[in-house]
Write a protein that binds this ligand. Structure first.
Ligand SMILES: Cc1ncc(COP(=O)(O)O)c(C=O)c1O
Length: 436
């Protein structure tokens, strides 16, 4: 093992040896190289005469730039648009996201959380977490209603064993099934990965405060039994809470600093929170209870994340990071964001109103939803994939069939005045197929 990796592992174990045990074999091997990047960082401050270190092209002390490209970016200088960002991300953006997380999650104050690293969207953050924490055969505990890409990332790429539990019971989060899954799937294992995503894709459900507390307590109880837990909180749709009963802060706040064997991981992104799907800016931060100052552990983990980023994509788009930083620093950011959330809430309320009509009862049941982009229908009597194709081919209506019974509707893409007609068409589609 590279001595730099050994040193990072020592640094982690000195703060909390359980976190070292949580790392995958690959995670243990990662380190941030002291090669071109650190030599060029040194040169940045010390090479006052000539700096011939990094593989960029300069002229007149600035990034060489083609005018045909720069004319698309008025007001942005070539250096900040075109030069490489550091592998763990633009330091100013990392700090700005940390402050935004604290602003949105006031309960976090007082719990030491790592400085977020920047990822190429949340998907990339999840793949880094899989690289860092998943050994083949590790149990991955997550609900039957989940984002399909988890399977590709954790199961196909990293060979975690998928362990499901039923997401809903009696119109709420199925805490009994969650507890049972924790007990059952941790048997014979020193470590489990638990993946929680609220607002949930595809259901659009966020637990209540009480449900969130019960989830956190169940995890702490498992940690107390001596199981190491990597709890990944996928906050992709954070902030899109449309009901006063759903948790208004991330579940991460209820896990941060709770137990030495419970590593809380917040994976989030500008993608949906800042409405910048294609810019590809995400973040990963962690928190764990430790007897001593956790900062050296956080820095060591971030150095490993930096190495993992360096090894595959080297660094994330500097231009995208600059744009997101600009928005976060704007005095109108929170106001603008609130306006968009209000618009999405209007759509969710309209969906609820339309679906409260009992005329649809013979065609579907509505799963609970209170947040996010989506809601799901449990289709009765018709296969949801057949229905999806029928709607597409005969009515020009696109929906997603997530299981043979469940149809996902992204109300995030619909204007309020389109919602009634959409559900009437889906209903008509069900009737057509039933009549066949
Ligand atoms: C639950 C969930 N997590 C993560 C992502 C990925 O986000 P990104 O586009 O930032 O990779 C999505 C996107 O659809 C999602 O639904």
């Amino acid at each position: 093992m590279n001595p730099l990796a050994q040193e990072l592992n020592r640094q982690i174990a000195a703060v909390n040896p359980h976190v070292l045990d949580m790392l995958s074999e690959r995670g243990k091997r990662f380190y941030f190289p002291k090669g071109i990047l650190s030599q060029s960082a040194e040169a940045k401050s010390l090479a006052t005469k000539f700096n011939a270190t990094i593989g960029t092209a300069l002229e007149d002390g600035h990034a060489m730039a083609l005018p045909s490209l720069m004319e698309e970016l008025p007001g942005i200088d070539a250096n900040s648009a075109l030069l490489y960002a550091p592998s763990p991300g633009n330091p100013k953006l990392r700090e700005a996201w940390r402050l935004k997380t604290l602003h949105d999650n006031p309960s976090l104050s007082g719990h030491p959380v790592s400085l977020p690293i920047v990822t190429n969207g949340l998907s990339h953050g999840l793949s880094l977490l899989a690289d860092m924490f998943v050994n083949p055969g590790d149990p991955l505990i997550y609900p039957d209603m989940n984002w399909g890409n988890y399977a590709l990332n954790f199961v196909v790429r990293s060979e975690a064993v998928p362990c499901y539990y039923k997401f809903f019971k009696n119109n709420g989060f199925n805490i009994d099934a969650f507890r049972e899954a924790l007990t059952k799937y941790s048997e014979g294992h020193d470590k489990v990965i638990v993946l929680l995503n609220f607002p949930n894709n595809p259901s659009g459900y966020t637990p209540t405060e009480a449900e969130g507390d019960a989830i956190a307590n169940a995890l702490v109880e498992l940690a107390e039994k001596g199981v190491n837990i990597v709890a990944i909180i996928d906050d992709a749709y954070f902030g899109l809470f449309f009901d006063k009963h759903c948790m208004q802060e991330s579940l991460f706040t209820k896990l941060a600093g709770r137990h030495e064997r419970l590593l809380a991981v917040k994976a989030d992104a500008a993608t949906k929170e800042v409405y910048v799907w294609g810019l590809r800016v995400g973040f990963v931060s962690v928190a764990v209870k430790s007897a001593v100052d956790p900062w050296p552990l956080y820095e060591a983990l971030n150095a490993k994340f930096g190495g993992a980023i360096r090894s595959v994509i080297s660094n994330c788009s500097a231009l995208s990071q600059r744009l997101v930083l600009h928005a976060l620093n704007s005095p109108s950011f929170y106001r603008e964001r609130a306006q968009k959330v209000a618009k999405m809430k209007d759509r969710a309320i309209k969906v609820k109103e339309v679906l409260s009509n009992p005329k649809y009862d013979d065609a579907w049941e509505v799963y609970p939803f209170n947040s996010g982009y989506f809601m799901c229908l449990r289709i009765k009597n018709v296969d949801s994939e057949k229905l999806r194709l029928h709607l597409l081919e005969n009515y020009g209506v696109g929906t997603i069939s997530v299981t043979p019974t469940d149809l996902r509707i992204a109300f995030s893409c619909l204007e309020v005045d389109q919602i009634q007609e959409l559900f009437d068409i889906i209903y008509q589609g069900c009737k057509d197929l039933n009549a066949k």
